[in-house]
Ligand binder design. Sequence first.
Ligand code: NDP
Length: 264
Amino acid sequence: MNLELTGRVAVVTGGTSGIGFSTVGRLLDEGASVAFCARDAERVATVEEQFAQTAGTRVLGVVADVLDPAALARFAATVEQRFGRTDVLVHNAGKSRMAGFDALSDADWTEELELKFFGLLRPTRAFLPLLKKSDAASMVYVSSLLAKQPESRLISTSAARAGALNLAKSLSVDFAPAIRVNSILLGVIDTGQWERRYHERLAAGETLTRETYISELAADRGIPLGRIGRPEEVSAAIAFLSSPLCGFMTGTVIEISGGFSRYV
Ligand code: NDP
């Protein structure tokens, strides 16, 4: 299917690992120019260089924290200088906080709520003027199934995701008809987040192969498809929602969880 993304300009937050990395690659493959950000400068440079080998000047890596308005303003200015506008903004940067009620201080809650809300609000503000220059603008909010199906061991992330999903819905109404806003709710996807947790367990002295760790994750959650997801299974949906072919879709949610949700 031709997603009609050739010549379009996409911005991906958190583009150096996991879902963001896969999304940068997928959108470049679809013919778009893609700018991405992350905080680790060395990794931004490496990833930009890696994609530039095939995409040339269509890829741009910028160091920016999604919580830092000044860095985001510089990011948007660089994108405007290189590509002139933004057609697609993918809000992907972030992480989950594995902790239950008893383990969370007010400072932890504040940090989690700040990441989930301002990680969506501040890039939106920074790129709004560039999105307004597009004739087919859209935003994709990469979120979690936790927004609708909370888990006690991820209580602050669940609550924060629920609120931010509500915010994304409001933005879809406020920005209509100029900018479409759709969300993706993820189950467990095999990315840097889970890789880090695997290494934490090894460092704590456990002897566990990666295969066993991954199958434990799927079994623990009772995922009907019997495995966890792959980043490319998410970036395909992000590319679809970014496409002008979805011109009548806004305020919607696509779930990618291997059937993990228990609601209808
Ligand atoms: P990874 O840890 O693999 O990648 C996260 C990316 O975001 C990295 O490029 C990281 O680079 C960047 N990043 C993190 N924080 C910031 C920040 N404050 N500003 C800018 N960039 C940042 O994560 P995933 O691919 O797993 O996650 C992508 C999104 O999907 C996240 O929002 C996550 O919460 C969500 N999600 C993932 C699930 C999963 O199972 N994988 C499940 C549900 C939701 P750097 O650290 O250098 O900044």
